[in-house]
Design a protein around this ligand. Sequence first.
Ligand code: PEP
Ligand code: MG
Length: 818
Amino acid sequence: MTLALVAPMAGWAGPLAELPDAAFAEGMVGDGLAIDPVGDVLHAPCDGIVVGVHRACHAVTLRADNGAEILCHIGIETVGLGGEGFTALVADGERVAAGAPLLRFDLDTLAAGAKSLASPILVIDTDAFRVARRADAGRVLVGDWLMEIEANGASAVAASAQDGPALMRTITLPLGYGIHARPAVAIVALARGFDAEVALASGVKTAPATSAVALMTLGLAGGERATLSARGPDAEAALKALARLIEHDFEGTPPAATPAAPIRGGWVTAVPGIAVGTIVRLDVIRRDPPAQGQGVVFEMIALEEAIADVRAALDRRATSGAPAQREIARAHLGLLDDPRLHHAAGAAIADGVSAGAAWRAALAPDIAALRAVADIRIAGRADDLLDLEQQVIAATLGPATDAPALPDDAILVAHDLLPSELMALDSARLVGIALAGGGPTSHVAIIAAASGIPMIVALGAEALVLESGARAVLDAGAGTLKPADVSTEIEARVRIDTTARKRADAQARAGEACHMADGVRIEIFANLGSLADAEVAVAAGAEGCGLLRTELLFLDRDTPPDEAEQVALYGAIAERLAGRPLIIRTLDIGGDKPVRYLPIAPEENPALGLRGIRVGLAHPDLLETQIRAIVRAGPPGQCRVLVPMVASLDELLHVRRLVEDAARAIGRVDRIEVGVMIETPAAAITADLLAPAANFFAIGTNDLAQYTLAMDRGNAAVAAQVDALHPAVLRMIHSARRAAGDHRRPVGVCGALASDPVAAPILIGLGVTELSAVPGAIPELKALVRTLTRSRCEALATDALRQTSARAVRALAMGASS
Ligand code: PEP
Ligand code: MG
């Protein structure tokens, strides 16, 4: 049996060797770690019996249930303080649970009188026990996993035979999917089903898979790597299942109705749209619990009852609320049951505070830790904990005043807003929301997006200028909240009606072929990643598929797809497209798109490593099987081959030869088109060399922008600036398009820029004749293109190439369209 010790105080963990005391530093007293504390209470690192509170109260020894003796020693040379600055909270012989408070100490007194504040946490009977694993150096919070103690000798052999060694696996989070509330809760739920101790580690931080909050505070963002470890009888199965969940299932289930979040200046559009209505200021009065408790038993019961009430309310919402609310309630339920929070709150109650104050104290370090995470999506999860804090505190205090009654057309204005506060309001009466604070990916924003309520966040003081009852116009796309008079109100209503009508008209004409106002044909295709997408795309008016991302078709498996399986799936997609062109891209594995059946060794810089066609060339069987399948799929002429991440002509020629060989082998004599993705600067610059060997170009603006601007498309710190309308990217497209034109090769765009209505006129002006967009954007994209003329687009593109920034290009294009 192994014994896990949790951090008995918040602070900075480090090796004993760094202690300024030879007896501790050289392990003569025992083995373990030191913590430089930032709090003022020592908690129990495990369940056990207090076998000794030192006379000077500066150290406590616990005997754990497996017999190991653990010494927690506050500071170095603190015995000399003779008890000054220390208060014992337990007595010898007392039984304590992990997390229970043992000692209180005054950091200022210690800092003045001790040689060091660094406090060794040691297993002292090292003949019988040893430290099997310990946390890396870094910040720890009370209750974080700290180290694992194992019995030595015969008992150790027995223990390892039972538990087995810790199995480890490095995983990569899918792009855009950090460990925020719902993934964390899903990990905890899955890990619970295995007889194994599972942990997730990133850098110096480790989180047990039993704690959703600890998992969130790892701050793991999409594209990052982490280490999964598991120990125990089900270790292998647990590791496999969790790795699959994190690496693949999360990617398959993006958060529902995640709002769009263009960031311009301070404010952020969380949900685009315009609203006219009456301001309702929700001056949220958050309730404060009394500091002092009325006795440990009374407060423990009060806390339990409050948590039970909140759990019951969340349970109701998780089964009967609207879909977005159900998901959020489930995530909150997972957080509410986090054992670390319960431990910490229990410890605070034992310290003498009230149930509500204890709950607040238990959540405070995690809220602070989440706020400090750089990834805005994870930092935003602090609001979920704040919400739980408020709900439990409110439950300890009893019923509050009712939610405010709303007028029929309320524009809600607040400093910030929690999901439970929004859900308590009648959403049918809400037409808009403006927050001074908040974030675009918060759960409040997700609920607003799901209900189609325009919303601006981070508007600052401007959000709070208007008083309740004032009439106002909220333009979430433009980031404005302005008082309305009769004329601005009418004008806004006209805009709202026009937008709704335009959307309905666009949908009504979605099935018609797309021609510009001057008759020039522009094909509007769809990007697909599944068979289901094909159906949605056709209904939205797609005239073909400009990019089938085949790597997405075969994610969730341990073996690569065989030829027959691929022929069947490509054939089925071709059939759904009912004769429309289908451009099938060969597997674009690697970089931000790892797959389990083809593990790629860890790379220092995956975006510049083995990915796209380079993977196919390194694994010829995989590439050749896929080419044979594409050549066999669908009726002649419908399927085309597209080659990703090409950096030189040889790669394209190689694939073309494979296509010709495969066609010859089955006796096909018709031409099978082979296109090249222009998504590396190398391909854009040497487009004149590629064009003779390619039947068409497909410009991947996502990667072309990433590599041209040297900004990682998955790095939250720069992702907002990876705008493919940057003149450098436009110039790449321009030069590639001219080279294609010299050889009469058509050029399409299949990166995200193709779905952006601001970009479409510029791309068409540069000579692009096919836009492959996300299916949902197609009706309005077609409607827009029908209003354009080639000469206007060309003039706009010429101007765009002369701009100095993406922002300037956007301003130019938006000015031209208004
Ligand atoms: C692109 O890079 O623009 C592209 C379409 O490819 P992906 O997004 O799949 O990398
Ligand atoms: Mg790409």
